[in-house]
Design a binder for this molecule. Structure first.
Ligand code: PMP
Length: 287
């Protein structure tokens, strides 16, 4: 699904077949989850293939590394050029791009000896599908920002996401919603949350969540559309009084909720602010 015999990836400055590329089983990233990644999308636009918010994603990759003390010695412009080349060499016009910063063997719990980067890409539809989601509030909370760098897109942080998604799916739901360790609404396992009430949008403020690039884009769209957005700490009860709600993320794009546990959102998605924003978003990425 992700690669075949022909797939080309970028690895430490060189382009090679995915099937020729190996990694070290003693690597620090594999053993301790001590690595950083990004999730980016490219879209086919009237002006050719465009990587959406490429600079923002690679800046976040750099920032994530710096937050967790992984030296980042790569040039962002070169990485963006490599990204376009990977897309071109694999004939991908609409696709998902996954850069991964990974570390050489180091069994000590200290900063890495050598840091590597790979970039791969594949065709991927909207990650959470295109049907409205039935969400469940997770028994897992997001990691406390004093126990890890929650604003870093660090590999190890995703154990929490996998646990939450697996729990939700095992209970028959489409996806989880996690609270933070103080019981406030936080985010999805791989997406940020917005909800609508009385014609305004609400979203958890930064601090205990990943600063999503799609979240920032939604805020920009709202500014242009004169939609008021309130960023603060909210409780699950606030969401259970909302008219509608949605997740946003690079992989998921924008996807509405039908219900959260036993609560069905009363406003039809077609008439929600989320739908309006989704339409704008899908236009923006293809510009
Ligand atoms: N929260 C988490 C935990 C995520 O993994 C993601 C996906 N990167 C997001 C939010 C959304 O971020 P973005 O819009 O930058 O993809």
């Amino acid at each position: 699904m992700y690669y075949n015999q022909e797939t080309i990836i970028y690895n430490n400055g060189a382009f090679d077949k995915a099937t020729n590329t190996t990694t070290d089983l003693y690597g620090q990233t594999l053993h301790y989850g001590y690595g950083v990644f990004e999730g980016i999308r490219a879209y086919n636009t009237p002006n050719g293939v465009k990587v959406f918010k490429a600079i923002e994603h690679y800046e976040r990759l750099k920032n994530s590394c710096e937050l967790i003390n992984i030296p980042f010695h790569f040039d962002i412009q070169e990485l963006i050029e490599a990204t376009y080349k990977v897309l071109e060499q694999n004939n991908i016009t609409d696709g998902y791009i996954r850069p991964l910063v990974y570390c050489d063997p180091n069994m000590a719990l200290s900063t890495p000896t050598k840091v590597n980067i790979m970039i791969c890409a594949w065709q991927w539809g909207a990650y959470l599908g295109d049907k409205l989601l039935h969400i469940s509030i997770s028994s897992y909370c997001r990691p406390h920002p004093k126990s890890t760098k929650i604003e870093a897109k660090a590999c190890g942080n995703y154990i929490n996401s996998i646990l939450a998604t697996t729990e939700a799916k095992n209970k028959g739901f489409d996806e989880a919603l996690l609270l933070d360790s103080d019981g406030f609404l936080a985010e999805g396992p791989g997406a940020n949350l917005f909800f609508e009430k009385n014609g305004k949008l609400y979203t958890p403020k930064l601090g205990n969540i990943l600063p999503g690039i799609t979240r920032a884009t939604v805020l920009e769209i709202c500014k242009n559309l004169n939609i008021e957005v309130i960023q603060d700490n909210f409780l699950p009860e606030d969401l259970l009084k909302a008219a509608s709600a949605f997740y946003c993320g690079t992989a998921a794009e924008i996807i509405g909720f039908s219900a959260i546990d036993a609560y069905t959102f009363p406003l039809e998605w077609e008439f929600s602010l989320g739908k309006k924003i989704k339409d704008e978003y899908l236009q923006l990425v293809k510009q």
